[in-house]
Design a binder for this molecule. Structure first.
Ligand SMILES: Cc1cc2nc3c(=O)[nH]c(=O)nc-3n(C[C@H](O)[C@H](O)[C@H](O)COP(=O)(O)OP(=O)(O)OC[C@H]3O[C@@H](n4cnc5c(N)ncnc54)[C@H](O)[C@@H]3O)c2cc1C
Length: 449
């Protein structure tokens, strides 16, 4: 029972903002979401995001049960192995992952565009597109007003910055917060999945998450994304009847252009890229990826050659510095807007979802009259800042996503590469170490400390 329902204004219809909006709506709390992209299909959303137990748990808490089932059905086939291979496609290590046993325990592969369509389902009337936030005003009566570039405004009792790494809300609210370049650059590409492109991958790579540890300091990651629908968006034969029924009834599939593909991302220290890399697109960018991988196995090079040039994207990897606690108010932040992290541990989206579920729980307590809204925000921030910035730290320092990592240095980089390959090789071959590695993988992705 909601005693005194506040209205929440969310800036950004990304992973965290939409999950929060779903949770608030489910609790009967008023919410509006304001997104700068012009339509629900715009944005750089074609890539994979790995959702582990932390993210799934938050989604299960916030989404209506049928929508959580749709989320599960729209995930790509789950990875069965975590592999490490050399640039010549020789297997250094292969760890079997756990089968999908329950709703939240699995490691899920999700297409960003599909996740956005799932999270928009049922919120169509609450989300406004083509609304670029510019600034806010906090009023003495406790309300807060967001202003948009087109001159319109939105007023509520709480303003939530869910507007990602370059958050305009954060720039105004916490101008001292530091976001910085991590020193690495990614080139992301997608290759249509066909019998031929699949045949270019060893079986375990085709069925897993695969890191490529390349000699010379170029790294890569491969994910094969296979969905339950075909090229035309029709449910594939053989899909279980209940899943097929859910998919056919889900209106989001009509807005989703995601099809089976191989996600292939290569990265290295920014020093190895030309100065204009972030402006390059299409064939030009694919050629650059090919130059960086000239010594890679011909099958990996063929994959790059077959990538969809329109999908090629340069990504400058960013990180953030811990922000000392501030006096809580009617403005707060979640996800990348407060704790941008490198993709090194694959937990940025999971942490944004965790924030959303936690903030939703706190706003519900305020709505039920158990605490003031500002106290709810303070309790959320006191819990979120420590785990958020712990993930930022791990992501930068334990993953090769910092441009200062030894692996990118001349001479010592070769030793670091041999050391890393040796570590993974031994760990995957000794049963006790292998079990611990897999346990740690899930614990880290499911921890709720
Ligand atoms: C290459 C790569 C791979 C990754 N892989 C993983 C992974 O496997 N697992 C994982 O957990 N994380 C992963 N991440 C991290 C993850 O993508 C982010 O942490 C996550 O998307 C953050 O969610 P968010 O809701 O905070 O922000 P976003 O999802 O970025 O959403 C922000 C939204 O705000 C909107 N916006 C921005 N400015 C404004 C404005 N002024 N006005 C209105 N709207 C605005 C944007 O258009 C966007 O829709 C990866 C990141 C990268 C770069």
């Amino acid at each position: 029972m909601v005693a005194n329902p506040p209205h929440v204004v969310i800036i950004g219809a990304g992973t965290g903002g939409l999950c929060l909006a779903q949770g608030l709506r489910r609790a009967g709390i008023g919410v509006s979401v304001h997104e700068r992209h012009a339509t629900r299909a715009d944005g750089l959303l074609g890539y994979r995001v790995g959702i582990g137990p932390t993210g799934s748990r938050a989604l299960r808490e916030c989404l209506p049960p049928e929508l959580f089932d749709i989320f599960a059905v729209t995930c790509a086939r789950g990875p069965r192995y975590f592999n490490v291979v050399t640039e010549r496609l020789r297997q250094t290590a292969s760890f079997p992952l756990r089968p999908d046993t329950d709703d939240v325990g699995a490691e899920r592969s999700v297409a960003r565009m599909t996740l956005r369509q799932v999270l928009l389902t049922g919120l169509e009337d609450a989300v406004e597109f083509d609304k670029t936030f510019t600034h806010y005003e906090q009023r003495d009566d406790g309300t807060v007003t967001a202003h948009f570039a087109d001159g319109t405004t939105a007023t509520g009792d709480l303003l939530v910055a869910a507007d990602g790494t370059h958050s305009a809300v954060r720039r105004q609210y916490l101008p001292h917060a530091v976001i910085r370049d991590a020193g690495t650059i990614n080139i992301a590409t997608r290759i249509p999945l066909t019998e031929h492109t699949r045949s270019l991958l060893p079986e375990r790579v085709a069925q897993g998450i695969s890191l490529v540890f390349g000699a010379g300091g170029t790294m890569g990651v491969l994910h094969v994304m296979e969905f339950k629908w075909d090229r035309n968006g029709d449910v594939k034969p053989g899909v279980a009847a209940a899943d097929a029924d859910l998919l056919r009834r889900w209106p989001g599939l009509r807005h989703d252009t995601t099809r089976d593909n191989i996600n292939f991302i290569i990265w290295s220290t920014a020093r190895r890229f030309p100065a204009d890399v972030l402006r390059r697109r299409g064939d030009d960018l694919v050629r650059l990826a090919q130059d960086l991988t000239h010594n890679w196995h011909p099958d990996l090079r063929e994959l790059l050659a077959r990538s969809d040039p329109g999908s090629a994207l340069p990504i400058r990897v960013s990180t953030s510095e811990p922000v000392p606690a501030w006096k809580s108010s009617t403005v707060t932040l979640l996800g990348d807007a407060i704790h941008t992290m490198t993709p090194g541990r694959g937990v940025g989206a999971n942490t944004a979802l965790r924030d959303a579920a936690l903030l939703c729980r706190q706003v519900r307590l305020a709505a039920a009259g158990e605490k003031t809204l500002v106290q709810a925000v303070a309790d959320y921030e006191a819990a979120m800042l420590p785990y958020g910035f712990a993930r930022v730290h791990d992501s930068l320092h334990r993953s090769g996503t910092s441009g200062d990592d030894r692996i990118y240095r001349p001479v010592i980089g070769r030793l670091a590469l041999l050391g890393a390959r040796g570590y993974f090789g031994i760990t995957s071959r000794v049963p006790r170490l292998r079990r611990k590695f897999v346990d740690d993988f899930y614990t880290y992705r499911g921890e709720e400390d």
